[in-house]
Structures are given as structure tokens and as C-alpha cells.
Ligand binder design. Structure first.
Ligand SMILES: Cc1ncc(COP(=O)(O)O)c(C=O)c1O
Length: 392
């Protein structure tokens, strides 16, 4: 018979891809230029030239047998070393190659991290608003996802609720800053308060509570925003990173999990990752992309368009009367819906060929997500539609 788990997942539709599918249909009907698609977090700027050079140069300079051979499960040693050195140079950390596990993007890094520190039946806590895929990621590990309700004033951490929900059954806290969908970047003060609470509860429960820090947007932070390196604040941290957004390579599936060298039994966590790779069929990230990442990990695409788009949207939307928390990074914002039902509002927007995603799937009904990873002229031409929608 078929798997009940996956049959049940089939019943739940992916709202974002449904909206994106509708947008594609409208593109064919009325032309690309007339569809304002703010539904998907697909980067809108090309990868840096250095990535293209590495993609062509590495095959030319490397013996083909070596180039295409199996990579060790955790990644090519020189690649892991390069990533460790880059993190140390940027954040004053002390990673070695032995703390870095190369993965197919952040999604695979999370799949390893959750499985390594949480057993089936244990709880993983996260915070609303959260990435809509977390439910699938955590359920896939046999764990239970519990979501700390949002502090809708700030979209930082709702500490009273977190304290209440941190029980001995919580194995890990899954945290995402800069945040999809709010764009909020938690400050050093907030992260230190989180670290203090996790330390206190770990001591009380007699086991470490792991912090799984999901950081695909770490490099998309706007001017003047305080953005700490989270693993520096809490030892039992596994950092899950991806080059999908920073280098605009989402289709190439390349990222890593970095285990803080100061974490409890950091070496064992890495050994567990290897076993997890075997059982999930991951078995190593693509070898060519690993080598590209080693050469380009200190770079980013030209991310400035996201800040430009953010400024434009913030200034226009607040003048129209929308309420929102100003993003500190990413390419998302998460305003309050002018209609109490954000799904109804997003349906109305669709009738104007403006594609937005209701907040229900991110754990905060009554809000909607704008993914402004689009050309700036698209944002400019969409503004009158946003204005019309709040006036109707
Ligand atoms: C918060 C968050 N985590 C994880 C992922 C998955 O990233 P990747 O495509 O690198 O697997 C995404 C992708 O959009 C994301 O927004």
C-alpha cells in the first residue's frame, strides 16, 4: 500500500505554488509585463560573474575523473575548509573543516540538523510567522512542530509564550532570522535573551536544547540593521545556510550545516549527519557546486535591488494606509491585511493580477506576504494596484 504520511500530505495544497501557477497562466494570457507576481522567493538578480567563471573554469582545470567522482558524505575536505575559514574571517568563529557538512541547500541542512538532535515524537519549537515548509520538514523527521504565537507588534520573539511552551519534551528550537515572511532581523539583544532562556531551560531539564538557526537570508541585511551571528551567542547551535539567495543559485541546491565547535559533542553531531545522509539518500552535495561555493563563498550577487524595492514599498504602502513592521533584510514584507480575511484579500489582489500570499500558511492569519524579489520597475508599476486595493 502507499504511505499514509505522503497520502495525507497530498491533501494539503501548496498555496504559494498554486498562486504561482495562476500567475504563469495569466502571463500567457496577458503578457509578462502585466502580471505583478510577488508570490515566490526566487532571487531576481543574476549570480555574480565569479560564479559563472568558476562553473566553466573548474571543469577546464580539473581532471574529469576527480571532478565527477563521489564526494565524501560531508563534502570535499578543501571545500569544507574554505567555508570554515570564510565563517571565521567574517564572524570571529573557530570552525574547522570538521564542523562543516555540505548539503543540497538549506532544506537538506535542516533535514540533517533536525534528525541529529531530535528523536521521533520529540518537539521542535518554532516561531510565527515561519516558513510554510517547516511543518513538512519537521513532520518528515517524525517530530512534532509547535509554533510560538507571533508578537505582531514587532515580529521578534514572543518571550512570555516561548517560556511557557519550553517544556522538557522540546529537543530543539528552529529559528529563522532574517525572517521569511516578515523580513524582520532579530537584534543582538533579542538573540542574547533567547540564548539566556535556552541555557536556563537546558540546565533545568538536564539536557541541551539545540538551536537550529535557519539562515538562508543571512547576507541580505539592510543598512543600519543589527544582525548578529547567532552561533556566537549560543553554543549548542547548528547553523543551516544556503547559497540559494546570497549567490542567486536556488536551482543548484548548495548549502551547508555548520556545527558550532563549542557545542555539546559537536563531533558526534557530524558523525550522525553522515548516517542521516545514508538514510535520507542525500549522500553528498553536487561536487561541482561544492567547488564553486569554495571559490565564491565570500561573495554575494548584487543584492542592492532588494533594499531599493523595500524602501519604495515601505514608503508607498505606509502612505496608502497599510500597516507593517519595516523589514531589516530579506526580500519579503508581511503587512496586515486591509480585510480581516487575508485569503479574501489575496483573492481580490489576484483579480487585479497582483499575486500575494496569505499569512495563514506562515502561522499568522490576517497578514499577507509580499516577495519583492522582482525588478524595481515592476514594484513601481504595482504601487497603484496596492493603492486601489486598500481603497476598495
Ligand atoms: C526560511 C527558509 N528556510 C529554508 C529555505 C530552503 O532553502 P533552500 O532553497 O536553500 O533549500 C527557504 C527557501 O526559500 C526559506 O525561505
Amino acid at each position: 500500500m502507499f504511505s499514509q504520511q505522503y497520502l495525507q500530505m497530498l491533501q494539503k495544497k501548496d498555496v504559494i505554488f498554486e498562486i504561482f501557477g495562476y500567475a504563469s497562466k495569466r502571463r500567457r494570457e496577458i503578457g509578462e509585463e502585466n502580471v505583478f507576481d510577488f508570490s515566490l522567493g526566487n532571487p531576481s538578480v543574476p549570480a555574480p560573474e565569479a560564479v559563472r567563471e568558476a562553473l566553466t573554469g573548474i571543469p577546464e582545470q580539473t581532471d574529469p575523473l576527480t571532478l565527477h567522482s563521489y564526494s565524501p558524505a560531508g563534502g570535499i575536505p578543501q571545500v569544507r575548509e574554505a567555508i570554515a575559514q570564510d565563517l571565521n574571517a567574517r564572524y570571529g568563529a573557530s570552525y574547522t573543516a570538521g564542523n562543516i557538512f555540505m548539503t543540497c541547500g538549506a532544506a537538506a541542512a535542516l533535514a540533517h540538523a533536525i534528525r541529529a538532535v531530535a528523536s521521533p515524537g520529540e518537539t521542535v519549537l518554532t516561531f510565527a510567522p515561519c516558513f510554510s515548509e517547516y511543518e513538512a520538514y519537521v513532520a518528515g523527521c517524525g517530530c512534532l512542530l509547535e509554533v510560538v504565537p507571533a508578537d505582531t507588534e514587532t515580529f521578534e520573539i514572543n518571550f512570555p509564550m516561548l517560556e511557557e511552551m519550553l517544556s522538557p519534551g522540546v529537543a530543539a528550537v528552529l529559528f529563522n532570522s532574517p525572517n521569511n515572511p516578515s523580513g524582520v532581523v532579530c537584534s543582538t539583544r533579542t538573540i542574547r535573551a533567547l540564548a539566556d532562556l535556552l541555557k536556563k531551560k537546558s540546565a533545568l531539564f538536564g539536557h541541551p536544547i539545540w538551536l537550529i538557526s535557519d539562515e538562508p537570508y543571512r547576507d541580505i541585511v539592510f543598512e543600519g540593521t543589527d544582525s548578529p551571528y547567532i552561533a556566537n551567542e549560543y553554543e549548542n547551535t547548528i547553523t543551516c545556510y544556503s547559497f540559494s539567495k546570497s549567490l542567486s543559485l536556488p536551482g543548484e541546491r548548495i548549502g551547508y550545516a555548520a556545527v558550532n565547535p563549542k557545542a555539546d559533542q559537536a563531533g558526534l553531531v557530524m558523525e550522525l549527519f553522515t548516517q542521516i545522509s545514508r538514510t535520507t539518500g542525500h549522500n553528498g552535495a553536487p561536487a561541482l557546486l561544492q567547488r564553486v561555493a569554495a571559490k565564491t563563498c565570500s561573495l554575494t550577487a548584487d543584492l542592492s535591488v532588494y533594499e531599493t524595492n523595500c524602501r519604495l514599498l515601505c514608503s508607498a504602502l505606509s502612505s496608502f494606509g497599510y500597516e507593517f513592521v519595516r523589514p531589516g533584510g530579506t526580500f519579503y514584507m508581511f503587512p496586515k491585511s486591509p480585510l480581516p480575511d487575508a485569503k479574501a484579500f489575496c483573492r481580490l489582489a489576484m483579480e487585479h493580477d497582483l499575486m500575494l500570499v496569505p499569512g495563514d500558511g506562515f502561522g499568522v492569519p490576517g497578514h499577507f506576504r509580499i516577495a519583492y524579489c522582482v525588478p524595481t520597475e515592476k514594484v513601481e508599476r504595482a504601487l497603484p494596484v496596492f493603492e486601489r486595493l486598500i481603497r476598495t
